[in-house]
Design a protein around this ligand. Structure first.
Ligand SMILES: NC(=O)N[C@@H](CC(=O)O)C(=O)O
Ligand SMILES: [Zn+2]
Ligand SMILES: [Zn+2]
Length: 473
């Protein structure tokens, strides 16, 4: 993609990593509408991959005009060469590891990975050290996200104090904090006590919050290491049975219905969960229940466990071909609302060890689109409108973000991603922006390159490099 500061100027074509002197406000973090001062012309994009290329003029953080051959006094012109324009991706499930495990990821490195992956908003899970179970921690994460300024970082608040599952955290205080927490989760652990789950659903309802459940009945997964089935038996690994997930999903749907609370099911991994959700939503279309699936559960199976490489260890575990097929179908028909990465960076020593000692989790932010294209777009299960729905619109609505997941249309916030669907790239963990390198897609060739990501009218990533606002460093 050819990009110039000023079309026609021969010296304007270099792709500087950092931009300067462009009249942006001194805050430079671009969190409020209208902060971005630049007028940027995106020349030749195809919204949702439909029709002939058009020009998009972005001004004041919004899409000011869409048309052909817009001639303008733009500060910056980006030649998109027919790249597909979609609303910026929103990830409801990201582990940024800060505070506590900055040797695995930080808000900054995770933000870089997010921007390069096409994301304009991510939700940072609460299983940090200390746990994000109070206003001080969530405000810290939120502020760090603003300082870095590459993606909106929304902290998730813990449901229970210290993720211990015995008493509710101060949900209301986190909701009222500067971070404005709306999503609550003990992810990494299940809120297994049904009374506590009921109370969490009741309480969050008061301020429009959502409880995101890591569905895993712990009594059924003691020492579990792999999907319970033939492969685990062959490998001598203790099984993680499908009903450990399905029983909690069923229970929580019923509790959400009973309390009129709002439930979000994290990382759905079994065909049984998909089947249950389909039935539940068909009997009550107003049910306040949503669900996500990870890219890795759309592609990988427990067949990969044969060499005991812990890069394939994840919670919930990789399951079977039949599960993968059911999850793809469920995502295509809307039973599962959205894709969430469950980006889970781990330091080398926590992954490069024997299977049973390794931490579960895999990187996801920079490979999500490629895996979704490979598993959903290429087989014809989703078109580009569908990709916009599952990676941006639905997650934004679930989390109540007003300015994300909006149509690519005049007057809308310029939170955008430009995708070149025709180019392919090979995944190398060492080249990813995360501190950690634990990608299960190592060496795989994926379709779809992110040409640029734009947050409120400011380009945050371009041709594989992030662009920081001038104030940050
Ligand atoms: N998915 C994982 O395997 N690990 C996550 C926790 C979680 O999402 O349950 C982590 O924090 O590492
Ligand atoms: Zn989880
Ligand atoms: Zn997680």
């Amino acid at each position: 993609m050819n990009r110039r500061k000023d079309e026609g100027s021969p010296s304007g074509g270099d792709m500087a990593d950092a931009r300067s002197g462009d009249g942006r406000g001194t805050d430079g973090r671009g969190l409020d509408d209208g902060e971005a001062g630049d007028r940027v012309l995106l020349r030749g994009v195809r919204p949702y991959g439909e029709g002939e290329p058009v020009d998009l003029l972005v001004a004041g953080g919004r899409i000011a005009e869409i048309g052909t051959d817009l001639s303008t006094d733009a500060d910056e012109i980006l030649h998109a060469d027919g790249a597909i324009a979609l609303p910026g991706f929103v990830d409801l499930h990201t582990h940024l590891r800060e505070p506590g495990r900055e040797d695995a990821e930080t808000v900054e490195t995770g933000s870089v990975a997010a921007a390069l992956g096409g994301y304009t908003a991510v939700f940072a899970m609460a299983n940090t050290d200390p746990v994000a179970d109070n206003a001080v921690i969530v405000e810290h994460v939120w502020r760090r996200g603003r300082e870095v300024g590459l993606v909106d970082v929304h902290p998730v608040g813990a449901v229970t104090v210290g993720l211990k599952g015995s008493e509710l955290a101060e949900l209301g205080t986190m909701a009222r904090s500067a971070a404005g927490v709306r999503l609550f989760s003990d992810d990494g652990r299940c809120v297994d006590d049904p009374l506590l789950m009921r109370r969490a659903l009741e309480y969050t309802r008061v301020f429009g919050g959502v409880v995101a459940q890591h569905a895993e009945e712990p009594r059924l997964t003691v020492q579990a290491q792999a999907h319970e089935g033939a492969q685990a038996a062959r490998l001598g690994l203790t099984g993680w049975p499908a009903p450990a997930e399905e029983s909690i999903v069923a229970r929580d749907c019923m509790l959400a219905g009973h309390t009129a609370g709002t439930l979000h099911v994290c990382h759905v991994s079994t065909s049984g969960t998909a089947e249950f959700l389909r039935w539940w939503r068909s009997r009550d279309s107003t049910a306040a229940v949503s669900a996500e699936v990870t890219p890795h559960h759309l592609l990988l199976t427990d067949e990969l466990l044969g060499n005991y490489d812990p890069v394939h260890k994840v919670n919930p575990p990789l399951r079977t071909d039949a599960d993968v097929r059911a999850l793809r179908e469920a995502l295509a028909d809307g039973t599962v609302d959205c894709v969430a990465t469950d980006h889970a960076p781990h330091a080398e020593q926590d992954k490069d060890c024997e299977w049973s000692a390794a931490r579960p989790g895999m990187l996801g932010l920079q490979t999500a689109l490629g895996v979704v294209m490979h598993t959903m777009v290429e087989p014809g299960l989703l078109d580009w409108r569908g990709v916009a729905r599952v990676m941006s619109e639905r997650p934004a609505r679930i989390a109540g973000l007003a300015d994300q997941g909006r149509p690519v249309a005049e007057g809308e916030p310029a939170n955008l991603v430009l995708v070149d669907p025709g180019s392919r790239w090979t995944v190398r963990g060492a080249d990813l922006a995360s501190v950690s390198a634990n990608t299960p897609f190592e060496g795989m060739e994926l379709p779809g390159r992110i040409r640029a990501t734009m947050l409120r009218g400011r380009i945050t990533a371009h041709e594989g490099k992030v662009e920081r606002a001038e104030m940050e460093r």
